[in-house]
Write a protein that binds this ligand. Structure first.
Ligand code: FAD
Length: 221
């Protein structure tokens, strides 16, 4: 017997499952869809792995996410609203550097005072942030299908120190991935979009904030 489906989704990680959920939701308003999510492992979740033993429960993969409106909507949609635990945004983050836990600078003033970056490293980051940035090009980029990696993107914009001492610990904490292989646009979409606006990351951040404000005003009027 042939089993015909409208949509076959390969992989029951968060991407496959949320796609199936979105398609199913869409279909509820139109004609029903037959969706099959295929998974090669004996469980769903992909990287997301919750383990229990001896009365304890812990996460072996991701344990947090950035509460974007889309993700918050998905969490509420699938009935997880009561289980969400919000982190305190004010809590400091640290990077272990030169045998010491160094606070991650979260403000321009903290950046100036930080011992995590050297003076030349800070100057390099400042010039890059203000738009003194070489264009993305080169052989390696074309070998990667035109996509800049996280490492290439941040080295180009903010310099090697920022890449090694701030971005790399962040990437290993969030993606447990290799910044020399991860796509910058996929992992840091908001930041690469700011850079695409031109004039460096500071100008990009200001322009994108202005764009969000004017879109908000248009929606409210
Ligand atoms: C240790 C660790 C910690 C992390 N921490 C965080 C965090 O705190 N916050 C955060 O936002 N992100 C975190 N991440 C990243 C996050 O886990 C991933 O971005 C996300 O889970 C990827 O989901 P996915 O569905 O795209 O892929 P995956 O989770 O990899 O799912 C893909 C699924 O497809 C299946 N599959 C693959 N090929 C086939 C095939 N041919 N046939 C059938 N099935 C197939 C696989 O078995 C798997 O189940 C972390 C990652 C790791 C490894």
């Amino acid at each position: 017997m042939t089993n015909v489906v409208d949509t076959l989704i390969v992989g029951a990680g968060i991407s496959g499952l949320s796609l199936a959920h979105a398609l199913q939701k869409e279909a509820r308003t139109g004609s029903p869809l037959k969706i099959l999510v295929a998974e090669s492992q004996g469980r769903v979740g992909g990287n997301i792995t919750t383990a229990t033993a001896g009365g304890f429960l812990w996460e072996e993969g991701p344990n947090s996410f950035s509460p974007t409106p889309e993700l918050m909507k998905l969490a509420v949609d699938v009935g997880l609203k009561q289980e969400l635990i919000f982190a305190d945004r004010q809590l400091p983050r640290y990077v272990y550097w030169e045998n010491k836990l160094q606070p991650v600078p979260m403000t321009p003033q903290a950046m100036i005072q930080s011992r995590l970056l050297s003076f030349p490293g800070k100057l390099r980051a400042l010039f890059g942030a203000l738009g003194f940035v070489a264009p993305a090009m080169g052989d390696r980029l074309s070998q990667q299908g035109g996509q800049e990696t996280v490492s290439q993107f941040f080295r180009r914009h903010l310099g090697t120190e920022v890449m090694q001492r701030l971005v790399e610990p962040f990437v290993s904490g969030v993606y447990a991935g290799d910044p020399q292989q991860l796509s910058a646009a996929a992992a840091f979409g908001r930041v690469t979009k700011m850079a695409d606006l031109g004039g460096g990351l500071v100008a990009g951040a200001l322009l994108s904030a202005r764009k969000i404000r004017s879109e908000g005003t248009r929606l409210n009027s």
